[in-house]
Design a protein around this ligand. Sequence first.
Ligand SMILES: [Zn+2]
Ligand SMILES: [Zn+2]
Length: 339
Amino acid sequence: MESPWHLRPPGLHGVVHISTAAPQSGVVPDLHVPQLPALKFPRPPVGWYARLRAIPFIGLHVAAVVTPFFVPITMEAIGLGLLFYVMRMFGITGVYHRYFAHRAYKTSRWFQFVLAWIGCAAMQKGPLWWAGHHRHHHKHSDQEEDPHSPIVRTVWWSHVGWVISGRFRDAPAMKDFERYPELRVLDTFFTWVPGISLGVLCYLLADWSGVVWSFLIGTVLLYHATFLVNSACHLFGTRRYETTDQSKNCWWAAILTMGEGWHNNHHHYQSCARQGFKWWEIDMSYYIIRALGLVRLVWDIREPTEKALAAKVSEPEEATTEVIAPVCSPRGASDGSQG
Ligand SMILES: [Zn+2]
Ligand SMILES: [Zn+2]
């Protein structure tokens, strides 16, 4: 099912800017035709060997399905699994997403590393890889270059297909965080260490029940809850703000992902730490960030501005699965309001 993923609509190609400013006297103006940067995505199809990289991911799923038949479930293992689910989900939502991708708050260098370690324990690759792709998603949401749009591609692709495709081994540059060598090393060489360490800890605390019910099953549940943001949250739910993508506020995804399901709010105003804008939009990740702020482990927590909250609202705000044709033209930067 190789679709023309490497092809781009004509609108993305020949953008040429010609200066119309009045020339200075006696000076022939340069015809300014800037070189467009090479587009990094979509990537061309990869060989079979690149697909082998998906084996650990698929193996984890097989193990999570098979091993529960042989290992008893215990209350201890369930409790640990829940605790580590919350901790690692925050590692993705509060750390990889809101901190590394959107810089929604500030922290110290040592705590930044601790946060990155917790994010790595979710086994969704490193913070630079994850956040780099996520910024790219915002820049090209539901357009041809979006790595995981269910609108441009399929629901399967947006949920998990892009992860196992082998096409996204490299990630767009993250210049602001690449300057920290400890992050580069963690991201490049030791991405699996926090996850494996957590598996060992589960064994020490709850024996094989801990490994299977807390670690294996918890990790797979964590994968698919997180992936819902890429798939379901661009398909199901309500649209409060008229963003140029198909993002939706999806309450059930918000529960599973500790607040990330308020995805239309987030696409509307991307750089704030808060995604549940109304009091009833439960946003556990935001509450944890505020708690960390109270003990001064993080600071400068960015809130949505009055202007952003009062922006044009879709009327009526109602459930919709209607799909608007994606707009095939590049858009602005990854953070801040779309306005
Ligand atoms: Zn999105
Ligand atoms: Zn985002």
